[in-house]
Design a protein around this ligand. Structure first.
Ligand SMILES: *[C@@H]1O[C@H](CO)[C@@H](O)[C@H](O)[C@H]1NC(C)=O
Ligand SMILES: *[C@@H]1O[C@H](CO)[C@@H](O)[C@H](O)[C@H]1NC(C)=O
Ligand SMILES: *[C@@H]1O[C@H](CO)[C@@H](O)[C@H](O)[C@H]1NC(C)=O
Ligand SMILES: *[C@@H]1O[C@H](CO)[C@@H](O)[C@H](O)[C@H]1NC(C)=O
Length: 512
């Protein structure tokens, strides 16, 4: 969230100040009224084949948050939205991780990130690829005070434990001309900052002792270099100069982090429904069609060839890196000229419209629930285990509990996770987006303290926007959301959305 206090974004500053106030003093009051999510688009631009290993599509961004839910008829500006998608690390970020009512104890933290800024996955036909250097250098901007020591530390990575599929992946971006999809220095800096931000947020809550044990930190990543490298940058910001011998980096083959429970035929069915909806909306948008035709004419390629190259992905990269849009000369089969900001805005606007239409249609939510159930189930189980271990009178387990769980994924991980949690209005995951679950225990009064959950997205507390903690459930005197709400949601209520009572039933029933 881009908060500039004393600057132009005064409403956000007011909200920031208020929320500290609420947390520290009046935590039970009005808490849920602070943030309001404005719709944002999602990806899946093309009609893509269904598989659990969907590659990342391009994208969307974002929305302004408002302090109070006031609806404006004014459309969000698609170019403005795109800048927030870039998440340029050039300003101090305000973040609400680690805030709790006084005397609450932090029991565990679960983080899911999207990788940082990367080079495009696709090239625009006939144009020069954006010129970006993917080697790391502290003398190039944007930089970070930890960058040099991070580079040195990664040089000792062979001392860590890597699951087999990860051993051969480069631990640092290292090409002077970026490869397709490669993490950039901007992406590394984004996650050094994220890690450091959480390190500061949790320092006073002694989440991890200085001599943490291997079992206390769980780290997993998909098998792409950009997620592995993003994860390492985050971990280094979070635990500077960590002891490699204590770290095991685990591999998740699916972008859904579904482990051994990925098999779910109904999930593919919902995704196909969603893709058909998306296709219908797109072909009905004559402005969009005209824009692609014009762009293709400029370049001298077939319209469908241009569309298949997903030009918005590459244009976003130009925009995020301050590079002008690509141009071609007229001798090359096309009319020649440059791709324009106006064309960019049309494609982005269609993505914004698509997000709204997607929510209305509903198939994506069903897809998202089946997609993220295994991850949520695993998270719920871990939380319950740690909560039990913290019950009064329990002997601490030798080697400690898993108090920090960290997963490094993609937009196609974060977007369904948001939807499954009921955060449908959240903006599309920008580069280096993060979802954080915190588990807290209240101070013991007459009996054992109670356990609560907080959910944060990009540093904003969204707990009372989730499906399991609506403001209307919030009439008890509890400042936070009880953990049992989350457990009941994951184990039972979540399936009502797919008209079922279990994951298995939802995955295998033929209709409904
Ligand atoms: C950060 O960079 C973005 C461009 O990505 C720019 O729009 C914004 O004004 C910059 N912010 C600061 C504080 O320099
Ligand atoms: C990066 O690649 C160059 C050659 O491509 C190699 O000499 C260098 O050792 C690599 N650095 C790291 C940190 O992997
Ligand atoms: C969900 O968690 C339970 C343990 O509570 C486990 O037995 C089950 O296999 C998990 N299901 C999936 C689909 O991950
Ligand atoms: C929900 O499932 C039940 C039992 O499987 C079925 O009888 C009912 O028609 C379904 N409802 C919808 C709306 O699909």
């Amino acid at each position: 969230m881009d908060v500039k206090c004393g600057g132009t974004v005064t409403k956000l500053c007011l909200s920031a100040t208020l929320s500290i106030f609420f947390f520290k003093i009046l935590a039970t009051l009005l808490y849920f009224s602070i943030f309001f999510f404005v719709p944002l688009p999602e990806n899946l631009l093309n009609l893509i084949p269904t598989s659990p290993m969907l590659d990342e599509q391009t994208v969307q961004a974002k929305s302004r948050k408002r302090v109070f839910p006031v609806h404006h008829n004014q459309e969000p500006d698609p170019v403005f939205e795109a800048y927030s998608y870039c998440n340029t690390p050039n300003h101090t970020e305000q973040a609400w991780e680690g805030h709790s009512p006084v005397d609450y104890k932090l029991l565990s933290v679960h983080v899911m990130i999207r990788h940082g800024d990367r080079y495009p996955l696709y090239a625009i036909p006939k144009t020069r690829r954006p010129s970006i250097d993917c080697t790391l250098s502290a003398s190039r901007q944007p930089s970070h005070p930890l960058l040099t020591s991070f580079i040195n530390h990664m040089g000792q990575g062979a001392r860590g434990h890597w699951e087999a599929q990860l051993g051969s992946i480069s631990r640092l971006p290292n090409h002077s001309v970026c490869e397709m999809g490669e993490l950039t220095q901007t992406g590394v800096v984004q996650h050094l900052r994220n890690g450091q931000l959480l390190q500061r947020a949790y320092k006073h809550h002694s989440l991890l002792p200085s001599d943490w044990s291997p079992r206390q930190v769980w780290m997993e990543t998909t098998g792409k270099s950009r997620t592995l490298q993003s994860g390492m940058a985050f971990l280094y910001g979070f635990l500077p100069d960590f002891d490699w011998t204590k770290v095991t980096v685990r591999h998740q083959w699916s972008t859904l982090f579904c482990g051994s429970a990925c098999e779910c035929p109904a999930r593919s069915k919902y995704l196909e429904e969603e893709q058909r909806r998306q296709y219908r909306l797109r072909v009905a948008d004559s402005n969009l069609e005209r824009t692609y035709i014009n762009m293709a004419r400029t370049l001298g390629v077939l319209t469908r060839q241009l569309r298949a190259a997903n030009p918005i992905d590459s244009l976003l990269c130009h925009l995020c890196h301050g590079l002008s849009f690509p141009c071609v000369s007229s001798g090359d089969g096309g009319t020649g000229g440059c791709l324009t900001m106006a064309q960019f805005a049309v494609i982005r606007q269609q993505q914004l419209d698509d997000e709204v239409d997607r929510r209305r249609f509903g198939a994506y939510r069903k897809y998202a629930i089946l997609a993220m159930y295994p991850y949520l189930n695993r998270t719920a189980n871990k939380m319950e285990r740690v909560a039990r271990a913290n019950e009064e009178g329990r002997q601490p387990r030798l080697g400690g509990e898993e108090v920090f769980t960290f997963s490094s994924g993609h937009d196609v991980t974060i977007a369904p996770l948001l939807s499954a949690l009921g955060l449908e209005e959240a903006k599309f995951p920008r580069f280096a987006a993060r979802i954080v679950f915190e588990m807290w225990k209240s101070p013991p009064t007459t009996q054992d303290g109670e356990v609560f959950i907080r959910v944060l997205y990009n540093g904003e507390d969204v707990t009372f926007h989730t499906a399991f903690c609506h403001p209307s459930d919030h009439h008890t005197n509890q400042p936070l959301c009880p953990l049992k709400n989350f457990l009941t949601f994951v184990r039972k209520d979540i399936f009502s959305i797919v008209n079922a009572t279990s994951y298995k039933e939802a995955c295998y029933k033929l209709s409904g």
